[in-house]
Ligand binder design. Sequence first.
Ligand code: HEC
Length: 153
Amino acid sequence: MHKLLLFGIATLLLGCGDSAPLGSISGQHQVDSKTGLVKRIFDQAQIKRGESVYAENCVGCHGPNGEATPDWRKPGPEGKYPPPPLDSTAHAWHHSTEVLKKTILKGTPPDIGSMPAWEGKLTEQQIDDVIVWIKSLWSDEIYDIWYKNFEGK
Ligand code: HEC
């Protein structure tokens, strides 16, 4: 955790900060002039679509607003981990978009976890939509760290 935060801070210092004035567009992202954090420029319609995909397919395990399971670090009786929260409190944001997509498409091997594979059940578009919805749950600080680790190099 600490390592990752430090990494985040290091990339913040070394990475895309450059000498772009705050609030300007640098590369493909915008920085909030008040907080200095990367702004999310998401399509609200896509977030709505992602929310529906989530409500129909994921909420039963990952809970409302992606908040289940608070005790996600504790394996259940079979030694498998429960569905982790997808918000800022667990580690969905430790993964690139590509890895998140792969996890959703392929699920986790049954001997390791019980995340189902969605390949063939959801379209790629639905998966992209639900990933954007998941990112919309993250705090501004977490999104900023995530962005700088994975997109802002
Ligand atoms: C049957 C319960 C169940 C359903 C339904 C389910 N998941 Fe999961 N999900 C899990 C479990 C359990 C894990 C943890 C797997 C592991 O420990 O390997 C997980 C892991 C994940 C992860 C990785 C999180 C991380 O921190 O690495 C993502 C992303 C995810 N799920 C998204 C989704 C999405 C999106 C849907 C709906 C399309 C969904 N899940 C539906 C049980 C479920």
